[in-house]
Design a protein around this ligand. Structure first.
Ligand SMILES: Nc1nc2c(ncn2[C@@H]2O[C@H](COP(=O)(O)OP(=O)(O)OP(=O)(O)O)[C@@H](O)[C@H]2O)c(=O)[nH]1
Ligand SMILES: [Mg+2]
Length: 335
C-alpha cells in the first residue's frame, strides 16, 4: 500500500485512529533518510494539535524491576476511568528487534485491545545510543497529538541514555522499598530531583513506610546541598506510596500528576521549547564534544540558533543532523 500524504496521516493521528498512530510510529522507527524527512513533516503538522498543546507528557523512570510497567497499566486504567485517553511508549533496553519482531520484550502490560482510547507501544533500544533518543522523542510527540495523557517508561537512574527530562512535562521517579542507590544519588546531588517520587510495592507496608521516611530525609539533604529539580522552587516533590498490583495509591498519584500539570500551565510552552533545545545540544555534544560546539561558534550561538530553528518548525532530529553535517564539512575545509 503506498503511503498517504503526511497531512492526511496527521489528521488521522489527531483523530486518534489507531491504525494511523501505529503507522506513524513505524515511520518514526524507520531510520532511512526519506522516512525521517516524512517524520519531520508529520511532526510539523501535529505540533499545533489541541491535545499536543493541552495534554500531559509524563516520564516514568526508575531502576529495573520496581514495577514501572505494572504501575503504568494501573495508571492507564485510572486515567481511562476518569474519561481521558492515554498513549504509552515503553523504552525497553533489553529488547532487540529481529526480522521485525520484538524479542525479549519485558514490557509486561495487559490491556483491552478493543479500547480505542488507549495505545501502547514499546521501542527497542538494540544497544544504540542516540538513535533511540530520536525515536522516543518523536514517538512521544506523535502520541501527544492523539491522546490526552502520554506516559513514557524508561529504565534507569540518573543520567540514562534516554533523557526523558527533555521530553516529559512531569518526571516521576519510581523506586521500591530498600533501594539504597536512589537515596545516595539524591543525597549526593547526582540526580536531579524528580517532580514526583513514587515508592511502589507498598504492599510491603513496614518497608514502604521506612522508604518514604528515608526519601523525605534524602530530599531535605538534597535541597540543603543545593541539588535542584526543574522547578523554580515553588513545587514540593510529593512522595506517594503505591501498590501497582493491589491498586492502592493510584488515585493519589493521578491527583499529583494533575496538580503538577496545573502548576506547570503558565510555563509549559517555554519548558517544552527549552527541553527540545536542550535535547539537540545534548545530542550534538555527545557526538562532537566541546570541539563541535566551538567550531559552530560557541554554546550561546548554538543555543540561539537551535531556539530559532526549532521555533520555525525544524525537528530536533533534522536539526541535529544538519548541525553534524556542518561540523563535519567545516572540519574537512580546515584540514
Ligand atoms: N508486591 C508487588 N509486586 C509488584 C508491584 N508492582 C510490580 N510488581 C512486580 O514486580 C515485577 C516487575 O514489575 P514490572 O512492572 O515489570 O517492573 P518494571 O519496573 O517495569 O521492570 P523493567 O521494565 O524490567 O525495568 C513483576 O513481577 C510485578 O508483578 C507491587 O506494587 N507490589
Ligand atoms: Mg517495564
Amino acid at each position: 500500500m503506498p503511503p498517504s500524504d503526511p497531512p492526511d496521516d496527521a489528521e488521522r493521528v489527531i483523530r486518534a485512529e489507531k491504525a494511523a498512530v501505529s503507522r506513524a510510529l513505524n515511520l518514526v522507527e524507520d531510520k532511512r533518510a526519506d522516512a525521517q524527512d516524512r517524520v519531520a513533516a508529520l511532526l510539523g503538522s501535529l505540533k499545533g494539535a489541541p491535545r499536543a498543546v493541552g495534554g500531559h507528557r509524563v516520564g516514568l523512570t526508575g531502576p529495573p524491576g520496581v514495577g514501572k510497567s505494572t504501575l503504568t497499566s494501573a495508571i492507564a486504567r485510572a486515567v481511562r476511568a476518569r474519561g481521558r485517553t492515554m498513549g504509552i511508549v515503553a523504552v525497553d533496553p533489553s529488547s532487540i528487534v529481529s526480522g521485525g519482531s520484538l524479542l525479549g520484550d519485558r514490557v509486561r502490560m495487559s490491556f483491552d485491545p478493543s479500547d480505542e482510547g488507549l495505545f501502547v507501544r514499546s521501542l527497542a533500544t538494540a544497544g544504540e545510543v542516540g538513535g533511540l533518543a530520536y525515536a522516543a522523542n518523536s514517538a512521544v510527540r506523535v502520541l501527544a497529538a492523539a491522546y490526552d495523557v502520554v506516559v513514557i517508561e524508561t529504565t534507569g537512574v540518573g543520567q540514562s541514555e534516554i533523557d526523558i527530562v527533555h521530553v516529559a512535562d512531569t518526571v516521576v521517579l519510581v523506586i521500591q522499598p530498600g533501594s539504597g542507590d536512589v537515596l545516595q544519588f539524591l543525597k549526593a546531588g547526582i540526580m536531579e530531583i524528580p517532580d514526583i517520587l513514587v515508592v511502589n510495592k507498598a504492599d510491603q507496608e513496614e518497608l514502604a513506610r521506612r522508604a518514604v521516611a528515608d526519601l523525605q530525609g534524602a530530599l531535605r539533604t538534597a535541597h540543603a546541598v543545593g541539588a535542584s529539580g526543574r522547578e523554580d522552587g515553588d513545587w514540593e516533590t510529593p512522595i506517594i506510596a503505591t501498590s501497582a498490583t493491589e491498586g492502592t495509591g493510584i488515585e493519589e498519584l493521578i491527583d499529583a500528576l494533575d496538580a503538577h500539570r496545573k502548576h506547570l500551565e503558565p510555563t509549559l510552552g517555554a519548558r517544552r521549547a527549552q527541553g527540545e533545545v536542550q535535547w539537540v545540544l545534548d545530542l550534538f555534544m555527545r557526538k562532537h564534544g566541546d570541539h563541535g560546539v566551538s567550531t559552530l561558534h560557541g554554546l550561546a550561538e548554538l543555543t540561539a540558533r537551535a531556539e530559532r530553528e526549532l521555533d520555525e518548525g525544524e525537528t530536533p532530529l533534522s536539526l541535529c543532523e544538519r548541525l553534524s553535517g556542518e561540523y563535519v564539512a567545516t572540519l574537512r575545509q580546515t584540514s
